[in-house]
Design a protein around this ligand. Structure first.
Ligand code: PLP
Length: 424
């Protein structure tokens, strides 16, 4: 498809019906695909193009993956059943027992647990680094068996903005790819490939689907990383015995990394989205540009209101000129960051709880980044497994309230905050 503007890509990419075909992306609600001969089917098991079983690939899922790939400016992409699966696959695709990776410490609590507990149990080690440390300090975390670097463009919930170019430089100097979870800004506000990232992941559950109705994830490859530059990635550069000796880099070129996720990880772990969920995701993507713009405009107004309110002890929003990350946000996301704000209420944890319980429009939910305004106290919910030290490393203070500004009229959102603050 012609290189349209991103708003057009949101609506048009991924599915182009031919003469007489359905205008809207069909839901291919099928587990399997019919072939006229066994020989025709046999070719699929040699990884020739085509569909065999929806656990590996499905035309609805593929169309939506192609749209997200176009939005990110990537080469190839695949959907997964959740953002957790996307982040896990992005790493396990190139790491195995005995390997190590470096991750920014300020990441989503669920991802932190995945890295810090579950992946260690299967023999994959991680070193968490302060993303604001200098290049030398971060480089000191690398070992001979380090295979990847991971970070979030805007960290959930600390809202730290990652210096993507710095992380890309460090990763590439060590011959490993930079993987970026771009969930919060979405490609509408930031496209990490333009700053040197190699792989992008998403929890499509958030702004992309946008209506809090389906859990999903995506992994997108820029196609730029040279997997053959060293001997760190044998899974991509040497024969895969579970596929008759296929060598992904030799046989699939720039599509090697994503083909391996489909052929090996979806086959073996089965974290495949349902075509129905992908259909909903596609509907969400059609309005992504409109919604993200409104989320950011509303969040800016709410952050400015909070900053002036004397019942608020601090406000963290990269869109505020006084914010520690304002300059980085301007560099990587000049049109806006995201709709999520974090702040503290004077009076600490108990005042925060009273404030949250008094909100009428904003709902207390685990979720973040959808059309409805919602609120959460991470230290007692999403991050409650973490020790105080780990909380500090993740940038989550005990009084932190995460406020996800929706696309309602901003005056109603501010009025709701005002009446809840009046109860303190
Ligand atoms: N990455 C980020 C930045 C998230 O905020 C989340 C969930 O909140 C995830 C990944 C995990 O995604 P999912 O809930 O879709 O598994």
């Amino acid at each position: 498809m012609k290189d349209y503007a991103i708003e057009t890509k949101c609506v048009q990419c991924g599915y182009s019906p031919k003469n007489g075909e359905p205008r809207v992306l069909p839901i291919y609600q099928t587990t399997t695909y019919k072939y006229d001969t066994s020989e025709a089917m046999a070719k699929l098991f040699d990884l020739e193009p085509g569909y065999m079983y929806t656990r590996l690939a499905n035309p609805t899922n593929d169309a939506v993956a192609a749209k997200i790939t176009a939005l990110e400016g990537g080469f190839a992409g695949v959907l997964t059943s959740s953002g957790q699966a996307a982040n896990f696959f992005s790493l396990i695709n190139i790491l195995g027992a005995g390997d190590h990776f470096v991750s920014s410490a300020t990441i989503y609590g669920g991802t932190f647990n995945l890295f810090n507990v579950t992946m260690r149990k299967i023999g994959i080690d991680v070193t968490f680094v302060d993303p604001n440390a200098d290049e030398e300090t971060i480089s000191a975390a690398f070992r001979p068996n380090t295979k990847a670097v991971f970070g979030e463009t805007i960290a959930n919930p600390s809202l730290d903005v990652l210096d993507i170019e710095k992380f890309a430089r460090i990763a590439h100097a060590h011959g490993v790819p930079l993987i970026i979870d771009n969930t919060f800004p979405t490609p509408i506000n930031c496209r990490p490939f333009e700053f040197g990232a190699d792989i992008v992941t998403h929890s499509t559950t958030k702004y992309m689907e946008g209506h809090a109705s389906t859990v999903g994830g995506a992994v997108i490859d820029s196609g730029n990383f040279d997997w053959e530059q060293n001997d760190k990635f044998p899974g991509l550069t040497t024969p895969d015995e579970s596929y008759h000796g296929a060598v992904y880099t030799r046989d699939f070129g720039k599509a090697a990394y994503i083909t391996k996720i489909v052929a090996q990880l979806l086959r073996d772990y089965g974290s495949t989205p349902s075509p129905q969920n992908s259909f909903y995701l596609n509907l969400g993507l059609e309005t992504l540009a409109l919604r993200v713009e409104r989320h950011c405009k509303n969040a800016q107004a709410v952050a400015e209101y909070l900053e002036k309110n004397d019942k608020i002890s601090w406000v963290n929003y990269p869109g505020l000129p006084g914010n520690r990350y304002h300059a980085l946000a301007q560099k990587y996301m000049p049109n806006g960051t995201c709709g999520v704000i974090s702040f503290g209420v004077k009076g600490g944890r108990s005042a925060a709880e009273k404030f949250m319980n008094s909100l009428k429009l904003a709902a207390i939910v685990t979720h973040v980044a959808d059309a409805r305004t919602c609120v959460l106290h991470p230290a007692s919910s999403t991050h409650r497994q973490l020790s105080d030290k780990e909380l500090e490393e993740c940038g989550v203070t005990p009084d932190l309230i995460r406020f996800s500004v929706g696309i309602e009229n901003v005056n109603d959102i501010i009025a709701d905050i005002e009446q809840a603050l009046a109860t303190l």
